[in-house]
Design a protein around this ligand. Sequence first.
Ligand SMILES: [Cu+2]
Length: 293
Amino acid sequence: MRKKFQALLTKWDKSIKSLWSFIILFSFSSSTFASEPKPWQMDLQEPSGIIAEKATDLHNFLLVVITLISVFVLGLLIYVCIKFREKPGVKPSKTSHNTIIEIIWTVVPVLILVVIAVPSFKLLYLTEADKPVDMVVKVSGAQWYWNYEYPDEDLSFDSYIIAEEDLKDNQKRMLDVDNPLVVPEGTRIKFLITGNDVMHSFFVPSLALQVYSIAGRINEIWTEVPLGKKKYYGQCNQICGVNHAYMPIVIQALPKDEYEQWLKEAKVKFANKIKSSPNKLAFLEKKEVREIK
Ligand SMILES: [Cu+2]
């Protein structure tokens, strides 16, 4: 009996180890080249850059706090349900006030909120900090595509989703685009975000970017793209019309020399495209793009 149990334990240990190595291998191999949502993902995407890392830390800290509070409240509920349940021959308590308990349940939540507020405000100030940046990119949301403008390079182009039937083997359905926003690796970037028509939202979770794109005003945010050739996937996350689901975002980080090469080619490729074209409409039901004269 004991031997059988030990054999079972060893088998169990082995399968757990192989499962772990699979998970580690899988997450390493897929996270090396891309930050993207994964099937059955339970947690946040792997953070990239200082803001995303701090936001993930805050999220994990809050998760502990809310779990402790929920368990405590659940415990209290179970306790009162059992202790004060209806029983024959027992007179129910008529207590309606208890000054000490009332002070405790007012002061303790205030203290908890203060403890949460400190790291929360710190992070908020960091995201708003006016840090020196390496480059600026202007992002315009439109129905239903993104326009990226590099003001220092006099470069501007549109970025459309790749239709399902045109996807290549290594491209992701509903996430990959024809012209990604290419940036050099290890760069601090300021994004100026505006809109052409209705409200959109520029959302790249792994870089902790989530900013409304609103016509007539410019919102700004900065992020640090870490070292490493990598794709960061995002989507518009403000319901903006019938093709809202079809305007993904791809930020492609490249080594400096590859970025310079891309810049040279892009200046030729998008030479006649100086500013974003609000007249351009994407008819994604028909999978075609048409210019309206
Ligand atoms: Cu949108």
